[in-house]
Write a protein that binds this ligand. Structure first.
Ligand code: SAH
Length: 351
């Protein structure tokens, strides 16, 4: 995307704020990310950030293996659907489907993607897949094997901030030409559960209505259709307070208010709340564990050794990819894997 386009989104926001006052942070983040993803391929060294499936094929393969294991133990029901939310370049889907095929699992692929630029790439990576704007058009019959890697963190968050006047929504206003967070005028105390209302001035509570809606829908599908789901993201499995909004551009953290639409905006995923939502709909929560532990339990070390034996010239690269995925100081501890299944489905490996 050219700088002109970023100028346009900033200009749209500036005009809007000048005319109608501050916009909600959720509106700001939603529009900025829609613009950001729609027009680019942000992944890899030349892009803004690197995701696990782009680090190594082992990531997608082990996910494919996990799904195949669940499906086989649940009775190999057909038709079965592979559903991925926010598939990026389609790398995870390609690696997972290739690994699953070896075990007789050949599901139809349904990709939920809003970005036209990424959909163009996915059409090459996963020919014959079906594309959807959201989950509502995914078939209602047959088990669903669902994967979402670094999808929920891109959905816009809503923030409430405690002020001297009580709880307010956190908005984005203007100071000169710059975007700045400000407290909204509307009292928002009623939006918070009683137990969380008392707080020191300046306290921020963040929620992600989009992630909650996705979890609700996925859990309902698992209960009605059978299946299993994996959500992989960075975040906390305990309820937290404070803003986790951040922006990444060219592999560096930048100010989220600097150039909307030009940097990837993310927030931590609130796994604790999502686990509660999924269970409240009757789905079986398998657990939320660190990515490093989960990948080790699935045999990433043996897989790395096998790949190295097959291609000794790449042994160093394979070892370093493995360490990036499971290392404590790298993705291994920061990223979590949350598993869900239909109540009648088996428990998953690694939880
Ligand atoms: N899973 C991929 C990409 C992660 S980036 C990987 O691990 O490499 C986030 C992905 O979610 C992108 O594909 C982006 O276009 C998509 N996305 C973001 N918001 C979305 C939304 N509201 N609806 C559908 N897709 C969305």
């Amino acid at each position: 995307m050219s700088e002109d386009d970023s100028g346009r989104l900033s200009a749209v926001f500036r005009r809007l704020i000048a005319n109608t006052g501050p916009i909600s942070l959720m509106h700001y983040m939603g529009e900025a990310n829609a613009r950001y993803y729609d027009s680019r391929d942000p992944f890899g060294h030349a892009g803004d950030f690197v995701t696990a499936p782009e680090i190594s094929q082992m990531f997608g393969e082990l996910i494919g293996l996990w799904l195949a294991d669940m499906w086989i133990r649940a009775g190999r029901e057909e038709p079965v659907h592979y559903v991925e939310l926010g598939p990026g370049r389609g790398t995870l889907a390609r690696d997972a489907l290739r690994a699953a095929r070896r075990y007789g699992l050949e599901p139809r692929a349904h990709l939920v993607e809003s970005s036209t630029a990424l959909k163009d790439i996915q059409q090459v990576t996963i020919p014959g897949a079906f594309w959807h704007h959201d989950l509502s058009t995914v078939p209602m019959e047959g088990p669903v094997l669902l994967v979402a890697n670094e999808f929920l963190d891109a959905l816009p968050v809503r923030q409430l901030v405690m002020t001297a006047q009580g709880w307010r929504e956190r908005m984005v206003g203007l100071s000169g030409d710059r975007f700045v967070p400000v407290a909204g005028a509307q009292p928002m105390d009623a939006a918070l559960p009683e137990a969380r209302r008392a707080a020191a001035e300046g306290t921020i509570i963040e929620t992600c209505p989009g992630a909650a809606a996705v979890m609700y829908e996925v859990a309902g599908r698992l209960v009605a259709q059978g299946g299993a789901a994996l959500f992989i993201d960075y975040g906390s499995d305990e309820v937290y307070t404070g803003s986790t909004l951040q922006a990444v551009r060219e592999h560096r953290k930048v100010d989220p208010f600097l150039a909307p639409g030009e940097a990837d905006l993310t927030a931590h995923v609130d796994f604790a709340t999502l686990a509660t939502i999924g269970q409240s709909r009757g789905a079986k929560w398998l657990g939320t564990v660190e990515q490093g532990r989960w990948l080790r339990e699935l045999g990433i070390e043996a897989r790395a050794d096998a790949l190295s034996e097959f291609a000794p010239q790449h042994a160093d690269a394979i070892r370093s990819a493995r360490d990036r995925l499971i290392g404590e100081g790298q993705m291994g501890a920061l990223f979590k894997v949350m598993g869900f299944a239909a109540p009648s489905w088996p428990d998953g490996v690694g939880f």
